[in-house]
Design a protein around this ligand. Structure first.
Ligand code: IPE
Ligand code: IPE
Ligand code: MG
Length: 262
């Protein structure tokens, strides 16, 4: 997959094509993580029940996933359900879980077609057995795929993940003096994956809501007012173009500006 692949997929004359052409293929983010937010408010604006926002958000997931795969991103992580989201009314939680199952069933063919590897990050043990079985099945059936890695964060909490990693490190018998940042990261749900380069949050909220706390240490943050059900290919491309204009310093200093070099 590559930028050419993406350009060939976008219909001629579409405004997205101009946007896609602004992307520098050699400076793509390796890992994009998204806090999909604003489903309830999207529905509220239309005088619909909140769950209609979740239902509508599935089309955004499809579009963003296919765009990411065609563009050639390495990892896409979508925050779908937090450890705190159990506080919501039981009917909303059960609809979310039902939509998740339905999504998995209907999208498995797409995952296979686009060479996408599927992985759940979060406390899987806390999910209902029938959901767990479908998640494990999707992971198993896509395990050999070598394209985009699609992480879905479910029953996920950043602090929970860090506690789980600490427990796993202790259980593995790691001596305290042998533990450093790289070793510790091997016990996170995202072991072996690059940290997100770009963290997107939809719906305008300026907070991270317990998402990937360890991994976003140096991620570039992009917040858009767009509600998740309205977020499409164009919005992802806009975020990537904005990301490519950022100056990532990692605590260092900006490189000198060379006259004549843009
Ligand atoms: C995001 O939309 C979806 C989940 C958290 C599952 P919300 O349901 O949080 O929608 P708002 O933020 O209330 O509008
Ligand atoms: C974050 O959204 C969690 C997910 C997107 C799954 P929330 O809607 O739960 O976050 P808060 O409550 O606004 O911080
Ligand atoms: Mg929300």
């Amino acid at each position: 997959m590559s930028l050419e692949q993406l350009l060939a997929w976008i219909p001629p004359g579409s405004a997205d094509l101009d946007l896609a052409r602004q992307i520098q293929p050699d400076r793509l983010p390796q890992h994009v993580a998204i806090i999909m937010d604003g489903n309830g408010r999207w529905a509220g604006r239309r005088h619909l029940p909140r769950v209609e926002g979740h239902r509508a958000g599935i089309q955004s997931v499809r579009d963003v996933l296919e765009t990411s795969a065609r563009l050639g991103l390495g990892v896409l992580t979508l925050f779908a359900f937090s450890v705190e989201n159990w506080k919501r009314p039981a009917s909303e939680v059960s609809t979310l879980m039902m939509l998740l199952r339905r999504y998995l069933r209907s999208e498995l063919a797409t995952l296979l077609e686009h060479d996408i590897r599927f992985k759940v990050v979060g406390r899987v043990d806390g999910l209902a057995p029938e959901i767990r079985a479908e998640l494990t099945d999707a992971e198993r059936r896509t395990a050999a795929n070598a394209g985009l890695l699609f992480n879905i964060a479910l029953n996920y909490g950043g602090r929970t993940e860090i506690v789980d990693a600490a427990r796993a490190a202790m259980a593995a018998g790691i001596a305290p003096e042998a533990l450093d940042e790289d070793r510790f990261a091997q016990f996170l749900y995202t072991a072996g994956q690059p940290d997100p380069d770009l963290l997107i949050r939809t719906s305008g909220e300026m907070r991270v809501s317990n998402f990937l706390l360890w991994q976003i240490a140096y991620s570039e943050i992009y917040v858009t007012e767009t509600y998740w059900p309205d977020f499409r290919r164009r919005d992802l491309l806009e975020a990537i173009v904005a990301y490519q204009k950022r100056d990532r310093r990692y605590g260092g200093i900006a490189p000198p500006v060379v006259a004549g070099v843009p």
